[in-house]
Design a protein around this ligand. Structure first.
Ligand SMILES: *Cc1c(COP(=O)(O)O)cnc(C)c1O
Length: 237
């Protein structure tokens, strides 16, 4: 038997093993890239997994967790699962959920249109939070999967800089049709252009279970890793 339906001690051991394996991969990728391990933050992506898994991760020393759906995140937040953790929203954001996202999260990785800013600001202000946002960049220009096209990045960056939100940097998911190393090199160039507008905005959120080594090699500061730690998700997760 695998997955969260194990008894708590068995599941804790399983999560610990997944986390250790990912930590070894990150350490090796940092050595290969000549980067310090502490230059890279691991975000454990807990989408579709129960609040109990978030608690196992916290007990194992994880400090950053990510979710892709505001509703699921709100349910686990109500359960108290994220206490003491930094919470990252990594999934596509609808404007009618922006205020709730702003109220509950620390970092929103998926800002891809200026229309979301007002709701995020309102939610963060009402909750008394300081919210960091990353610009999600579409590296193949296909708007289907979310992300602002590269040409739209400067205007979106300026819109954030004109708001009370903190511009943290950029985020991308490597498009299926592009070699992740090429995609992440492109993202690094976008990051350089954002740094010219906002010298503090150096976060680069890139890399998932399948391509974290390419992300580390191309300057990622934040990795979003789910299945390599927690196991496979049900389809459509
Ligand atoms: C699910 C998800 C991840 C993690 O993917 P894995 O392949 O499970 O590591 C990373 N980023 C985003 C945007 C996701 O939706």
């Amino acid at each position: 038997m695998t997955g969260p339906q194990l008894d708590p001690a068995g599941r804790r051991a399983q999560v610990a093993a997944g986390l250790a394996a990912v930590e070894r991969r990150i350490a090796a990728a940092c050595v290969a890239a000549g980067r310090r391990r502490d230059a890279v933050t691991l975000i454990a992506v807990t989408k579709t997994f129960p609040a109990g898994d978030v608690r196992h991760l916290a007990a194992l020393g994880v400090r950053d967790v990510g979710e892709n759906k505001v509703q699921e995140l709100a349910a686990k937040a109500a359960d108290g699962a994220y206490a003491g953790l930094r919470l990252h929203l990594i999934g596509r954001l609808q404007s009618n959920k922006a205020a709730l996202a702003g109220a509950l999260t620390d970092v929103v990785h998926s800002l891809d249109r200026a229309k979301l800013i007002a709701g995020l600001v309102r939610g963060a202000e009402e909750a008394g939070r300081s919210l960091t946002v990353l610009l999600q960049v579409s590296l193949d220009g296909d708007p289907q999967r979310g992300g602002v096209p590269v040409e739209g990045v400067p205007d979106l960056a300026r819109a954030v800089l004109d708001s009370p939100l903190r511009l943290g940097g950029v985020m991308a998911v490597a498009p299926l049709a592009i070699d992740p190393a090429v995609a992440f090199a492109r993202l690094r160039a976008v990051s350089d252009s954002v740094l010219e507008l906002a010298p503090g905005a150096g976060m680069i959120s890139a890399g998932m279970s399948a391509d974290l080594e390419d992300a580390v090699a191309n300057g990622a500061t934040h990795l979003r890793v789910g299945s390599a730690i927690l196991g496979s998700r049900p389809p459509l997760g």
